[in-house]
Design a protein around this ligand. Structure first.
Ligand code: COA
Length: 133
């Protein structure tokens, strides 16, 4: 597996947009609607994360992973490539490459598979966050 820096990869914006299109509402608590292409490009250009990679496995781009400035990990694997250990391997590589005292993951409580995934990697449940709009 290879982690490829989003800011140097050809066609990274297209790949990331495809990943966004596959995202369902229960996956993520911070992004709701698909952004416009222009907003998407501006978001990438703003360098929002400490580290942001495309995930390559078997010469195919199969997902993306980031580490935020607050040490939060976000990971997304394309549906057809889930359940083969890629998510786990990508997180291990990211944590090796960017050592921190601790890592966090914000997960929508409706996203059971992801909760089980992070728990299997040794992450502990430490807080519930509430929102009023
Ligand atoms: C969550 C996600 C990243 C997991 O990636 P993956 O490549 O499918 O997971 P892996 O194959 O590496 O699984 C690693 C371990 O996690 C656990 N796990 C993974 N998917 C699981 C599921 N659907 N249900 C329960 N446990 C699961 C398993 O214990 C697995 O260990 P195993 O090898 O002993 O089976 C992937 O399903 C995904 O992209 N989901 C949509 C985006 C998302 O929810 N991201 C998390 C929010 S940041």
């Amino acid at each position: 597996m290879k982690l490829i820096d989003v800011h140097t990869a050809d066609a990274a914006a297209q790949v990331l947009y495809r990943l966004l299109e596959e995202r369902t509402p229960e996956i993520n608590i911070s992004h709701r609607r698909l952004p416009s292409w222009e907003d998407h490009l501006a978001f990438i250009a703003s360098r929002p994360y400490d580290a942001w990679y495309l995930i390559e496995a078997h010469n195919q781009l199969i997902g993306a992973i980031y580490l935020s400035k607050m040490s939060e990990i976000g990971v997304f694997i394309l549906r057809d490539h889930r359940g083969h250990g890629h998510g786990k391997r990508a997180i291990e590589l990211l944590m090796q490459r960017h050592p921190r005292d601790r890592f966090l993951a914000n997960i929508n409580p409706a996203n059971r598979p992801s909760i089980e995934f992070f728990q299997a990697l040794g992450f502990q449940h430490i807080q519930n966050t509430y929102e009023k709009r």
